[in-house]
Design a protein around this ligand. Structure first.
Ligand SMILES: O=C(O)[C@H](O)CO
Length: 377
């Protein structure tokens, strides 16, 4: 076969090369073999680091940086993306992420999602009419109360005082007042892109499953989950539905619940929605082959990671799929079953990780050449 159009949709090699760099290098390797082949490069991310940048490149949008509160209320810079069509993309982890603070018991109880709310306000100030909020990787356990406060919702204790920030505040919650909710919220379509589908409370809920990674010790779990259950009940009383039971309500320490309750957000999990926004399928419809890949590929990649989503999509068009990887697990059968036809390691001789990172450009150019030759067999 002589492919005429190859779609390159690579995830980044984290810490080593971006999705677009990899695509550029692969393209030059492919053109060594067949200079006239059309290469369409789509920057890809799986909802984690780099997602907004990839989306803004693909959709011709721009990134804006604003000052917001980090989970402990200290000033930090975070950015969001917005397109000319007034569609905004926000990543919660930029403002309220787990990497921004230390994982201690005190922080797990105090961390607030207020900064995420500030990012939403900043997007509304720019005229956003539709907002995608990527949630996950958060430091917070506050049920999304901080986010909602930034949007004007008031959460008071039995003495009429605004509750303290973080999960600790949920213990005192008596009333929720939405009368001052920013009126722009109801005129805006919110979509939540979540990394997980957990409910808000219980054995599979936000606190018991993700509280530990944020610093909450085992012996506090039942107590904090109890506060969260009271919050779930108050939300249910307010909106007339047990939102906390919905898939994704427990994402990001319960931010999922607040987005659904106060912003009427719909819920998406995994890579599919991002691939749709990146218009990957449109490009595949006219392609002859697809190259995807990521830094390290293993059975985990099956669980919603970008290259597998891309491979599955490519198979709808019967396209051969080559995955270029920095490294791969011994057992590759699940990846081949999921639609990848060939996993091609970019490293061509034994080398240390540091060497591989130094040589990444030349290795990936060579891998592009090899992939093009394989496609011509
Ligand atoms: O932020 C979190 O709590 C986890 O990533 C699950 O959403």
């Amino acid at each position: 076969m002589e492919p005429k159009k190859i779609v390159i949709a690579m995830d980044s090699f984290k810490g080593s090369a971006t999705s677009l760099e990899l695509a550029d290098w692969l393209e030059s390797g492919i053109h060594r073999v067949q200079p006239d082949i059309q290469v369409t490069k789509i920057p890809i991310a799986d909802g984690g680091e780099g997602t907004i940048a990839a989306l803004m490149l693909a959709l011709n949008g721009r990134c804006l940086t604003v000052e917001v509160n980090n989970p402990l209320g200290e000033a930090t810079k975070a950015f969001f993306g917005i397109t000319d069509q007034q569609v905004a993309f926000i990543e919660m982890a930029k403002a309220s992420g787990i990497t921004l603070i230390e994982q201690t018991e005190a922080n797990a109880l105090q961390a607030s999602s207020y900064g995420l709310g500030q990012l939403i306000v900043a997007a509304l100030d720019q005229g956003a009419k539709e907002i995608y909020v990527g949630i996950g990787g958060s430091a917070t356990n506050d049920g999304g109360v901080g986010m909602a406060q930034a949007l004007g919702v008031s959460f008071k204790d039995a003495h009429g005082q605004e509750i303290a920030p973080g999960a600790a505040g949920l213990a005192e919650l008596a009333t929720i007042d939405i009368s001052q909710l920013d009126p722009r919220v109801s005129q805006t379509a919110f979509h939540m892109l979540s990394d997980v589908a957990n409910p808000l409370t219980g054995d599979n809920g936000a606190i018991r499953i993700y509280g530990g990674q944020k610093g909450l010790p085992e012996h506090r779990m039942a107590e904090v989950d109890g506060w969260m259950q009271q919050y779930r009940q108050r939300i249910s009383d307010l909106v007339g539905e047990d939102i906390g039971a919905r898939a994704g309500a427990g994402a990001a320490g319960g931010v999922g619940t607040a987005l659904m309750a106060f912003c009427q957000a719909d819920f998406y999990q995994g890579i599919d929605k991002i691939l749709e926004l990146l218009q990957v399928e449109k490009q595949m419809a006219t392609a002859n082959a697809v190259i995807t890949g990521e830094g390290f590929m293993d059975a985990q990649s099956i669980n919603g990671k970008a290259p597998i989503g891309i491979a599955k999509m490519a198979k709808r068009y019967d396209l051969p799929v080559i995955a270029i990887v920095g490294g791969a697990a011994d057992e590759l059968a699940p990846l081949y079953e999921a639609g990848i036809d060939l996993v091609l390691g970019a490293v061509n001789r034994p080398m240390t990780l540091a060497e591989a990172m130094d040589h990444v450009k030349i290795n990936v150019i060579n891998a592009g050449e090899t992939a093009a030759r394989a496609l011509m067999i």
